[in-house]
Design a protein around this ligand. Sequence first.
Ligand code: ZN
Length: 422
Amino acid sequence: MSRLKDAIDDRRDQLIALTQDLIRIPTLNPPGRHYRDICDYLEARMSRQGWRCEMIRAHGAPGDCEEFPHWNIVARRQGAKPGDFVHFNSHHDVVEIGHGWSRDPFGAELDGDRIYGRGACDMKGGLAASIIAAEAFVATHPDHAGSVEISATADEESGGYGGVAHLAELGAFAHVDHVIIPEPLHKDRICLGHRGVWWAEIETQGRIAHGSMPFLGDCAVRHMGAVLEEMEAALWPLLAGKHTEMPVIPEGARSSTLNINSIHGGAVEQAADYTGLPAPCVPDRCRIVIDRRFLIEEDLAEVKAEIAALMERVKAQRPSFRYEIRDLFEVIPSMTDKGAPVVRTTAAAIQDVLGREAGYVVSPGTYDQKHIDRIGKLKNCIAYGPGVLDLAHQPDEWIGVQDMSDSAKVMALVLEELLTGS
Ligand SMILES: [Zn+2]
């Protein structure tokens, strides 16, 4: 219905102003700055229009403290009659600024069609688009059925434990039928889910001795060298040969992948300005942190067993070899069915607004859908929102106004379809 699209067009200035306001609140994570401020800002806006707002602090979540309380907000608009429950979830935290900016990272400068700033694309632009979509929908259909919720949640960038995971634990998704997460996956694509993650620390162990007599010790770095050689020879080729049916983007992530995040062995490194020499010791410990991303066709237990088997192969060839594997973090892959109601409705809205068929993608990394799926037990969830994913976390991050407006139209049409049946 074009009345709804017109209502979004009429709100173009509001969309820009709202996005700018959100970017100007520097919700840096870590440590979790200004979370309360952004929730207060949203509460003021939404409650003025009759939305019922609930502020939820994630007491006891990682990083939550009196100086940096980890606040979330859920705003709800109850319809005139019973019906479906549609929830838009955006994270309000942003990552550090980093170097290389030519714009003010929290200035929210509008230049042509672009608004610049940290979090512009990931994902304050998406949050603003969902709010404008919901407001336009309510204004156009004041007597709609069902309910709309908009949440702005903490800590997505650091795992989401003080945000969506916390809300899901409280049962915040128990009554929800459809979830859209407006992450920057581009306005013509529906993101169905993400690959799985396993982070682990592997430590090889040896024995310290004087560096002039290494034969009296046992070098943990050499043991780690053997582990890495075995990975080169056997593991990476194996992973590259595993292909998924998930439409993961970019193409390279359609296989299993393994990154070595870090390697540390021997004495602790001194500060860069230290002028002394190192002491001669045989390293007795060497550690790597691995980041293994796995496919929906793989099982986490198998993924772990693969590494355990590799370590045992190395052990078989090195008499003194000892090691430990410590789990750090794990996420099971998530993929919503293409036939799920929220997917079908969004695809139809994309066709309507953009005049082309929706693309379907799966994210190489995870996002808050994992908590909605695992803890919230809700499968009818997608990520859909404006912005170019590659810009996330980069200097001079920006969001396009036209993209926000188009995706707001898509979101509004989804509401219209699900909550008015028209
Ligand atoms: Zn994000």
